[in-house]
Design a protein around this ligand. Structure first.
Ligand code: SF4
Length: 142
């Protein structure tokens, strides 16, 4: 996404997470949702735009429902949406999803294994559930 955002889209914002498989999973789960599962209902944005205070990005998180997808408990996406004045409707942490997949070998920072993709699809499913809940409750735009 650039600086514009479709009126009633839900913003799905993954953390950067470069160098960690958790970050790759957060981004791939986001793309599954915004590119394949719900392209008409969702959009994403580059977290760095928010971190540097880009006016369009700040406006977008202040006026749309946001779902933050973070690799770990540092919650960079969730915290930066909040710092920008946005409300996080749902915060999802990839590390939490691993609790149901003890011993899983998800892959590396640059490539997922089948197990990694299974966890990614599970997270994408959680995102979709939340998007549907938000749209049903008409919380998508503020
Ligand atoms: S939430 Fe964790 S994995 Fe994601 S950018 Fe922050 S420190 Fe990295």
């Amino acid at each position: 996404m650039g600086n514009e955002c479709v009126d009633n889209a839900v913003l799905v914002i993954p953390c950067s997470g470069i160098g960690k498989v958790h970050g790759l999973i957060s981004r791939e789960a986001t793309y599954l949702v915004t590119d394949e599962l719900a392209p008409e209902q969702t959009e994403t944005m580059c977290l760095a735009l928010l971190v540097k205070g880009d006016p369009g990005a700040v406006e977008a998180v202040r006026t749309h429902a946001c779902i933050a997808i973070d690799g770990c408990a540092k919650a960079c996406a969730e915290k930066n949406v909040q710092i920008a004045g946005g409300a996080v409707a749902k915060a999802i942490q990839v590390a939490e999803a691993f609790k149901n997949h003890r011993g899983a070998k998800p892959g590396s920072a640059t490539m997922l294994t089948d197990e990694g993709w299974a966890i990614t699809r599970e997270i994408a499913g959680s995102i979709i559930s939340e998007v549907e809940r938000l749209r049903a409750s008409e919380e998508v735009a503020r």
